[in-house]
Design a protein around this ligand. Structure first.
Ligand SMILES: [Zn+2]
Ligand SMILES: [Zn+2]
Length: 424
């Protein structure tokens, strides 16, 4: 690496340190304000829950968020609040809050989340402290993990503070902006990620200027924040590092590197968790695919069997001899030979004895269709059918009539399922 290149690299590294220092100043400017807003949000949330359950001072310290029964149930298999990881989707094993408080809090936290769909991070929170600790509620709005033990703004990094402002409708409702609106938090968060996730730890002059500008906007644009002393001091410091080539102590450099390292570690943890989730999802998808393939194979075999039966009937049954008693004659299509046989039916009262039945069979009715035989009064199937006539006539009628019946059934089946229709 030649001298000029080395000088440029050092410059870009110093810019990166400036960016990290800017995040430290931004956090300093936000901390006290964020603590106050988190407390105000908590008071508002408690008031909402108290009004909903008609209790003056809600208290509960026994519920675990992972097994908490929400105050709503799933509708048609989906969460009515559109929370993808909602406890309502897996009600088995969930427990109702004994004070009827935490389920309502759970619902309200989902409603306060500004993402679409809402995605509170339950891993960061301790629901046993929801009634007493404002940050236990506020940490649900920090997307990244690693904040379980934090209990004040001073313990939470710049990213965590920006997430709370960005993702909580409860916090946003307390703020007014002079021009750009709450988008300033999203832009500052993007800058923070760009700086701390930089593998080379380098920023160009333009990049550091833009990112520090985004940080200043957060402190300047929010009306409730820009008049505060700590915010003004933070803006001054940010403007200074933006415009001047200042020197850093080794201690400052070490702090920035430490915070970048911690950010990388948290990012790695999040990615590892996501990988485990994706792997589990992949296993589920693979199992579902195998199940579907087995079912498809079964359906294919079933369809082949049906087709085989149809072919067999078409080949062996549909074509019959013109004289059933001389089956060695040339066979032909039954449709060519078939004529409706002259048949009549009589309804027999089974309560009568044999002699009385013979006497009672007096009003024969002409059979016009198979329904006349197999359906009694249009609905009920008769339990038994008797065919009377000469032996030869009975055999002819039965063979031709039954063959025709099978053919009709097949034809109906083909009409219902065109895919199973075969060529004649
Ligand atoms: Zn739900
Ligand atoms: Zn509870």
């Amino acid at each position: 690496m030649d001298g000029v290149e080395e000088q440029n690299r050092k410059k870009r590294y110093r810019n990166w340190i400036k960016g990290g220092l800017g995040l430290k100043y931004l956090k300093n400017g936000l901390e006290d304000f964020c603590d106050e807003m988190v407390k105000q949000q908590h008071r508002n949330l408690k008031k909402t829950v108290e009004e909903k359950i008609n209790v003056s001072d809600i208290q509960c310290s026994s519920c675990n968020v992972s097994t908490l029964q929400p105050n709503h149930v799933k509708v048609k298999g989906k969460c009515p609040l559109f929370h993808i990881k909602c406890n309502c989707l897996h009600p088995g094993g969930n427990k109702m809050c004994p004070h009827n408080v935490c389920g309502v809090m759970y619902d309200e936290i989902i409603r306060l989340h500004a993402s679409n769909p809402p995605c509170p991070n339950w891993k960061n929170t301790n629901s046993k402290r929801w009634c007493t600790d404002p940050w236990s509620v506020a940490k649900c709005f920090i997307n990244a993990s690693g904040y379980e033990e934090k209990s004040s703004a001073s313990e939470i990094d710049c990213s965590g503070l920006l997430h709370v402002f960005l993702n909580s409708k409860g916090m946003r409702s307390l703020l007014t902006f002079s021009s750009t609106g709450p988008n300033v938090f999203a832009k500052a968060l993007q800058s923070r990620n760009f700086i701390l996730h930089s593998a080379k730890m380098e920023l160009s002059d333009e990049e550091v200027k833009e990112h520090i500008e985004n940080m200043i906007d957060v402190l300047k644009e929010c009306t409730q924040l820009n008049s505060r002393k700590e915010a003004s001091e933070a803006i001054e410091n940010l403007v200074q590092i933006q415009n001047q080539d200042i020197s850093f102590s080794t201690q400052t450099e070490g702090e920035i590197l430490q915070s970048a390292n911690a950010a990388m570690e948290n990012r790695m943890k999040d990615m590892e968790e996501k990988m485990v989730e994706i792997q589990n999802e992949l296993v589920e998808i693979k199992n579902a695919r195998v199940f579907q393939q087995e079912h498809i194979s079964y359906l294919n075999k079933k369809q082949a069997f049906q087709q085989g039966l149809i072919n067999l009937y078409m080949e062996r049954v549909v074509k019959v001899s013109p004289l059933p008693l001389q089956s060695d004659r040339h066979c032909t299509d039954i449709g060519q030979l078939y004529a409706s046989p002259w048949m009549t039916f009589s309804l027999i009262d089974e309560n009568l004895d044999r002699d009385e039945r013979n006497v009672s069979v007096s009003r024969d009715v002409l059979v016009k269709s198979s329904n006349d035989i197999f359906y009694k009064n249009g609905t009920k199937n008769p339990k038994r059918l008797y065919i009377r006539g000469s032996r030869l006539r009975k055999k002819c009628i039965l063979q031709i009539y039954c063959t025709r019946l099978v053919l009709s059934t097949l034809t109906v089946q083909w009409k219902r399922s065109p895919s199973t229709r075969c060529k004649r």
